[in-house]
Structure formats: structure tokens, C-alpha cells
Design a protein around this ligand. Structure first.
Ligand code: CA2
Length: 147
């Protein structure tokens, strides 16, 4: 069975608790449950990981390379700041799909640049929580088309 790692970046553990006007009422637990349900339907194995720490995210990406077929990642604030996270994704031999809950291109200018996009297969932004589910579908299509 194909294995997909879903990574949630910093502050996403606060989803549904603060800033509900931007990110909605859905909690990270709800998102993870929806991902697990879709994984079952698509017959893939999904693992989720969240960290507020750049180094922990980088370590998880390095470890993933030996076990997983693809990564779906919402790098959150690190999208716009982290060369190190970009380098980690570039260093591993598995494809990554970048997802964002909000449409970052409709927001502040500093959110309109992503350090991650150039090392991702593609980006999905603006579909709310569904961005993650679309990201998982994209990852599954990708790994199945490669076999
Ligand atoms: O739209 C997205 O998914 C973002 O990656 C979310 C990040 C933001 O920095 C990116 O520009 C776009 C922020 C995640 C933090 O989420 C919070 C949720 C509730 C309360 C506070 C922060």
C-alpha cells in the first residue's frame, strides 16, 4: 500500500480555536480525521505530523524519504520564510505537494511568495480544509502514475 505523509506547519494546531474568520471552524483533529477517511476510500496509508518547530519539520522530512511515497505539506508561516524547509524537501527523493487553507494570493503581499513552491510538484490554495483533501488526491494520483 502506498504511504503518504501529511505535514502541518506552525500554529496549525490552533485551527478552529482562533482566527476562525480566516481559517474556519474546523480543527486540526477534524482535518486529520477527514484525511484518514479519504485515505481509507483511496486505499492508501496516511500519517499526519504537526510541529511548531522548523528543525522538527526538517527532521521529519528527512526520515520520510525512506518510508513514504509522497508528502503533502502545509508549511504555514514557514512557506514565506524558510530556505531550510525548502532545502529539506529538495534533498529528499519523494514528491511534495504544497497546500494552503486560504488563498494566499488574495492576502498580504508577504504571503504571495513561497520558498516551497519551486521544489513542490504543485500547490493547492484557497479551498479551505478541502485543500488538504485535494492535495491527498493529487499525491495519490501522482504515486500511482509512477508505478
Ligand atoms: O492558508 C494557509 O494554510 C496558510 O499556510 C496558513 C498559515 C499562514 O501563515 C500562511 O500564509 C497560509 C498560518 C497558519 C496558522 O493558523 C492559525 C490558525 C488559527 C489561529 C492562528 C493561526
Amino acid at each position: 500500500m502506498k504511504k503518504i505523509l501529511v505535514i502541518h506547519g506552525p500554529n496549525l494546531n490552533m485551527l478552529g480555536k482562533r482566527e476562525t474568520g480566516i481559517y474556519g471552524e474546523t480543527t486540526l483533529t477534524d482535518i486529520n480525521e477527514a484525511l484518514k477517511n479519504l485515505a481509507k476510500e483511496l486505499a492508501v496509508d496516511v500519517t499526519v505530523f504537526q510541529s511548531n518547530t522548523e528543525g522538527a519539520l526538517i527532521d521529519r522530512i528527512h526520515e520520510a524519504a525512506v518510508e513514504y511515497d509522497a508528502i503533502v505539506i502545509n508549511p504555514a508561516g514557514y512557506t514565506h520564510t524558510s530556505v531550510a524547509l525548502r532545502d529539506a524537501l529538495a534533498a529528499v527523493d519523494i514528491p511534495a505537494i504544497e497546500v494552503h487553507i486560504s488563498n494566499v494570493y488574495k492576502r498580504e503581499e508577504f504571503r504571495q511568495h513561497s520558498y516551497i513552491s519551486a521544489v513542490a510538484v504543485g500547490q493547492i490554495a484557497g479551498f479551505g480544509v478541502n485543500s488538504y483533501l485535494l492535495g491527498l488526491r493529487a499525491a495519490v494520483d501522482l504515486v500511482r502514475s509512477k508505478q
